[in-house]
Every structure is written in structure tokens, then in C-alpha cells.
Design a protein around this ligand. Structure first.
Ligand SMILES: CCCCCCCCCCCCCCCCCCCCCCCCCC(=O)SCCNC(=O)CCNC(=O)[C@H](O)C(C)(C)COP(=O)(O)OP(=O)(O)OC[C@H]1O[C@@H](n2cnc3c(N)ncnc32)[C@H](O)[C@@H]1OP(=O)(O)O
Ligand SMILES: NC(=O)C1=CN([C@@H]2O[C@H](COP(=O)(O)OP(=O)(O)OC[C@H]3O[C@@H](n4cnc5c(N)ncnc54)[C@H](OP(=O)(O)O)[C@@H]3O)[C@@H](O)[C@H]2O)C=CC1
Length: 425
């Protein structure tokens, strides 16, 4: 029997961001491997016209949860959706719900965040920094809390080349930023944002770094660990290979390439493509939760969840694999046959954008107009090129992440847990 799975039996677990990509896979694995857990509290907001209950119903009835329903038929009784908006004071949680959370929670997995690269500084700080501080404050009032697991990103220090499993200080204290956002107006905030983020490539990575500092500063006597995954991709094995439900990270561009829209990308072919499957990240999260609660390390540990040092793949190799897969399994109704070129040269990239992306889109829109239909290709293409330019920073550089803590944890696991757990092969 897995020691980790047994550990979660009977526990009350609080998950933020449970409706997100990582959160859903985490919940699935917990219910499937520890069906005797007591309850999973999830902090959810209504969204896109759906109530909390409708959102939970949709998740539990998705393909991802098919196996769970076999192993844990009463799963809907073990999930307790609590109305919460993490950008509000006290998360807008009712008094009764707050009381229940404070008195019952054993483990917290804090996954919620805004992951948009171009979010406003105000909103990103609210979500990635202030909400983390607020959750830590709640955690400090939970008498039964055994571990608080904070999900950050391997790119929170992407302004460095070699990154250790430590917290690097940001030049401006998070508290100063939180305080100043209270009285500065939006226009001024957006003006000072580039000066604050300095050599971070975007608001997202910068606010995730601030979030880590807050965790360190507000940790009090809590038993905390931080996990930093790199680029999280589709499931590798569990509950079945290839599950993904968003267009973040590489997903959107892979679809655009498969559909024949995207045929060239400004990327450095030899740069390391540090992707990590989402089920591997979840396995590490569960192992870290167990280790932090049971072994109570003296200081807060940071764990890198990356693939580049163990099993490096570069963007060229990745591109070849992606194209080979589309040869075997083509996407439906593709615009053109998939083909793509990685170039690190600015001029060549501009040339390909004009010739291979914008021009065909304009021609196709003319055709749509002439046949009485609504033109849409230029809009789609602009969207793809905008996304590609936002991701450029990450596909033209390589980073080295040390993984001593992750390796140490692996060696602490039972042979059974090692077998089902973390290391990508
Ligand atoms: C031989 C040679 C071979 C060569 C061969 C080559 C082969 C070819 C191969 C090619 C493959 C290789 C590729 C490799 C690239 C890898 C890059 C990886 C880098 C990853 C770095 C990650 C580092 C950090 C990792 C982290 O730490 S984690 C977080 C990562 N964070 C992100 O990845 C967010 C990024 N994105 C945004 O920041 C925003 O997306 C933004 C971009 C600003 C746009 O923003 P905007 O233009 O506003 O557009 P959206 O609103 O987003 O959406 C627009 C529309 O799509 C809709 N839509 C949005 N969602 C969804 C959704 N779910 N489901 C359905 N629809 C959706 C939405 O409804 C809207 O539709 P509409 O309403 O217009 O009809
Ligand atoms: N995906 C990746 O490649 C990587 C992700 N990470 C980290 O992993 C974590 C999870 O990311 P991922 O699952 O991909 O992100 P998603 O965008 O898929 O999920 C974000 C989650 O946060 C919730 N959330 C956002 N704003 C609020 C709010 N105001 N109130 C309540 N909940 C809110 C979302 O809820 P809702 O559904 O209501 O929007 C959603 O459940 C993040 O901390 C991210 O930084 C780290 C490295 C890579």
C-alpha cells in the first residue's frame, strides 16, 4: 500500500484553484487513490453564468473523473464547494464556512493564481500576493493544520540563469507594493509596473516571485513547502495519457501548428523545452504534502518540479515530435498541412510572419468576403502571433534548476511510492 495514499485517508483537505488545470488533476488523484479521505473543501467562485454547484457537477462528470466514480462512488458527498473570491477581503467567505474551514482543515494546497502574462499589476498582486498572505493568515488560525503547500512556478526567478531551491528576495518588499496599490490609481500603477518588474519578463512571473517572499515572511510557525513546476503539460499516464483542457503554455501554439495556422516560430532550437506532465506535478504535490506533515522539516523547503536536468529535450526535438504526431493523427478541418520552422533570427521571423502567416490570412479573408461569409482568419492569426510573441522569452532561453530537495524526497519514499510517484523517466 502506498504510504502517501494512506496518509490522506481521513483528512480534510482545502484546495484553492480546484477548478483550474492543476487543481482538477490534484482532486482526481486524491479521490482515486485515497477514497477514504474525509472531505475536500474547494474555494470556488461562480463563473460564466454557472453556479458553484453547476461547476462542480461539470467537473465530476467530465472524462477526467470517470475512474474516480468507480473507486469512490460517493465522491459528490466528499467535495464541499465553498463560495469564495480570492480577490476580495476575507475571500468573501461566509462566517459559517470560515468557521468550518478554520476548525477542520488538515492540509492546504494553494494552487489558485492568475496565470495571464499580461494581467494588470493590481489584479495580479491581489491574486498572487495578497490572497496568498490572506490564506497564510487563515492557516495560522487552523489548529488541526498539518501542512501548507504553496504552488509557485519554476519561472518565478527567470531573471536568473541558475536557480536553486531557495527563495530569492525581490528588490521591493511585497508589503510596500500591497500598501501602495491601496492608494495609487490604476493609471499610475500601470506606469510604474515596468519599473517594478525590471528584468522579469512579465507581471505573472514577477508577482509569483513576490508571492514566494510573502510565504517566507508570513510563515510564522506553519509547516510550509513551496513547489515550483516548470511548463506544465498534458497528463503523461494518470488517469489516462494526454488529458489537457486549456490553451495555456505550449498547448495553444501546438493546436495552431496542427491546424496549419502557425508555420514558423521565433525560437532557439537548442534551448531546453522544460515541460513536465501535470500528473507528475500532482504526484510531487502529494508526496510533498505527506513529507511536510509527517517529517516536519525544520525550515521551509522549496521543490523544483522540472525535467531539463533529468531528461532534457530541446525545442527542435519537441517540434519534430509534434509534427510527427500530426502526420499520424491529423487535426480535423486543418487550414493547411502542418509544417513549422524554428528560427532565432529576427529578420527571418518577421519575413515568415508576413509571408506565411499574415498574407495567407488576408487572402483567405478576401475569399470569405467574396463568398458572402464573415472574415475571421486575420483575427485568428493576430491572436496566435500575439500569443507567440508573449511566449517568445521562454523559448529562446535555457535555465538550470537544481533539484536536490526533490531528489532527497524521492529517496525518502517507500519503494511502492517511488514506483508510482515522481521522477520523469
Ligand atoms: C525541424 C524543425 C522543426 C520545427 C518544428 C516546429 C513544429 C511546431 C510546433 C509547435 C509546437 C511547439 C510550441 C512551443 C511553444 C511553447 C511555448 C511555451 C512557453 C510557456 C512558457 C510558460 C512559462 C511559465 C509557466 C507557468 O508558470 S504557468 C502559466 C502559463 N500561463 C500561460 O501560459 C498564459 C499565457 N497566456 C496569456 O497570458 C494570454 O492568453 C495571452 C497570450 C496574453 C493572450 O491573451 P488574449 O489575447 O487576451 O487572449 P485570451 O483571452 O487568453 O484567449 C483568446 C481566445 O482563446 C479563448 N480561450 C482562452 N482560454 C481558453 C480555454 N481554456 N479553452 C478554450 N478557449 C480558450 C478565449 O475565449 C479567447 O477567445 P475569443 O474570446 O477571442 O473568441
Ligand atoms: N499551468 C502551468 O504551466 C503552470 C502553472 N503553475 C502554477 O500552478 C498553479 C495552477 O495553475 P493552473 O492550474 O495552470 O492555472 P489555471 O488558470 O488553470 O487555474 C487557476 C485557478 O485559480 C482560480 N482563481 C483565479 N482567480 C480566482 C479568484 N479571484 N477567486 C477564486 N479562484 C480564483 C481559478 O478559478 P476559476 O476557474 O474560477 O477561474 C482556477 O481554479 C498556479 O499557481 C500557477 O502559477 C506553475 C507552473 C506552470
Amino acid at each position: 500500500m502506498s504510504m502517501i495514499a494512506a496518509f490522506y485517508g481521513g483528512k480534510s483537505i482545502l484546495i484553492t484553484g480546484a477548478t483550474g488545470f492543476l487543481g482538477k488533476v490534484l482532486m482526481e488523484k486524491l479521490f482515486r487513490t485515497s477514497p477514504d479521505l474525509k472531505v475536500i473543501y474547494i474555494l470556488v467562485r461562480p463563473k460564466a453564468g454557472q453556479t458553484l454547484q453547476q461547476r462542480v457537477f461539470q467537473i465530476l462528470n467530465s472524462k477526467l473523473f470517470e475512474k474516480v466514480k468507480e473507486v469512490c462512488p460517493n465522491v459528490h458527498e466528499k467535495i464541499r464547494a465553498i463560495y469564495a473570491d480570492l480577490s476580495q477581503n476575507d475571500f468573501a467567505i461566509s462566517k459559517e464556512d470560515m468557521q468550518e474551514l478554520l476548525s477542520c482543515t488538515n492540509i492546504i494546497f494553494h494552487c489558485a493564481a492568475t496565470v495571464r502574462f499580461d494581467d494588470t499589476l493590481r489584479h495580479a498582486v491581489q491574486l498572487n500576493v495578497t490572497a496568498t498572505r490572506q490564506l497564510l493568515l487563515m492557516a495560522s488560525q487552523m489548529p488541526k493544520l498539518e501542512a501548507f503547500i504553496h504552488i509557485s512556478t519554476a519561472y518565478s526567478n527567470c531573471n536568473l540563469k541558475h536557480i536553486d531551491e531557495v527563495i530569492y528576495p525581490c528588490p521591493v518588499e511585497p508589503k510596500k507594493i500591497i500598501d501602495s496599490l491601496e492608494w495609487l490609481d490604476d493609471a499610475i500603477i500601470e506606469e510604474i509596473a515596468p519599473k517594478l518588474i525590471r528584468d522579469w519578463p512579465n507581471i505573472y512571473t514577477y508577482t509569483k516571485a513576490l508571492g514566494e517572499m510573502v510565504v517566507q515572511q508570513e510563515s510564522r510557525n506553519l509547516n510550509i513547502a513551496i513547489i515550483r513546476p516548470s511548463i506544465v503539460g498534458a497528463t503523461w499516464q494518470e488517469p489516462f495519457p494526454g488529458w489537457v483542457d486549456n490553451i495555456n503554455g505550449p498547448n495553444g501554439l501546438i493546436i495552431a501548428a496542427g491546424k496549419g495556422f502557425l508555420r514558423a516560430l521565433k525560437a532557439t532550437p537548442k534551448a531546453v523545452a522544460d515541460l513536465i506532465p501535470v500528473d507528475t506535478v500532482v504526484n510531487l504535490m502529494l508526496a510533498v504534502g505527506w513529507y511536510t506533515a509527517v517529517h516536519r522539516p525544520k525550515s521551509m523547503l522549496v521543490y523544483h518540479c522540472t525535467s531539463g536536468n533529468l531528461n532534457p529535450c530541446n525545442w527542435h526535438k519537441m517540434g519534430v515530435q509534434v509534427l510527427a504526431t500530426f502526420e499520424k493523427i491529423p487535426l480535423e478541418r486543418a487550414f493547411r498541412r502542418p509544417y513549422a520552422n524554428f528560427t532565432s533570427n529576427n529578420f527571418t521571423s518577421q519575413y515568415w510572419n508576413a509571408v506565411s502567416h499574415r498574407a495567407p490570412a488576408i487572402i483567405y479573408d478576401c475569399y470569405l468576403r467574396l463568398t458572402g461569409r464573415k472574415p475571421r482568419m486575420t483575427k485568428v492569426m493576430n491572436q496566435i502571433l500575439r500569443t507567440a510573441s508573449m511566449l517568445e522569452y521562454f523559448i529562446n532561453r535555457s535555465w538550470e534548476w537544481s533539484t536536490y530537495n526533490t531528489e532527497m524526497l524521492m529517496s525518502e519514499l517507500s519503494p511502492e511510492d517511488q514506483r508510482v510517484s515522481i521522477a520523469p523517466t
